[in-house]
Design a protein around this ligand. Structure first.
Ligand SMILES: [Zn+2]
Length: 152
């Protein structure tokens, strides 16, 4: 038995959920470690056990990044600050959903911030990509940059 650390990872398959604590995989001291740990399954939640906050930070490798689609985008659900979709009428009937086309991509030892199929650039003309040392920094920057691409 090991002690549970601050960030607990739950994951599983949509077809065979175990339910609750049975979907618990492991725990990590930092959010970055928890995100970087790869888990099998269709869905994944990271819970900060000190606050109860749930993190859904989408991560892809170079291969899967090319094929990422977002069913909320296909339904033309509005997107707002922070890279999330909202109810079209804001009635709060469904929770804000992170857009699947805003994510962090693993790139060797570093991370890229992706919005709508392309990484954020450090320099437009030279086409240099912005690199991050942590997955959470890459995702945070992608979320901040997304609305500027959507509503320039
Ligand atoms: Zn979307």
């Amino acid at each position: 038995m090991s002690t549970i650390k601050r960030f607990a990872v739950f994951s599983g398959s949509n077809f065979y959920p175990c339910g609750g604590w049975n979907d618990y995989q492991s725990s990590y001291a930092t959010l970055d470690e928890a995100v970087e740990a790869l888990n099998a399954g269709d869905w994944r939640h990271i819970v900060d056990l000190t606050t109860g906050q749930i993190f859904k930070i989408p991560v892809h490798d170079a291969e899967s990044a090319k094929a990422v689609q977002c069913h909320m985008c296909r339904c033309e659900a509005p997107r707002i600050e922070g890279g999330v979709h909202i109810d079209s009428d804001r009635l709060g009937l469904s929770a804000d959903t992170p857009c699947d086309r805003v994510f962090a991509m693993r790139d060797g030892a570093g991370w890229l911030a992706y919005v709508d199929g392309a990484p954020l650039l450090l320099h437009e003309q030279r086409g240099e990509v912005l690199r991050f040392s942590s997955v959470t920094a890459a995702y945070r920057t992608a979320c901040e940059a997304a609305p500027k691409r959507w509503h320039p």
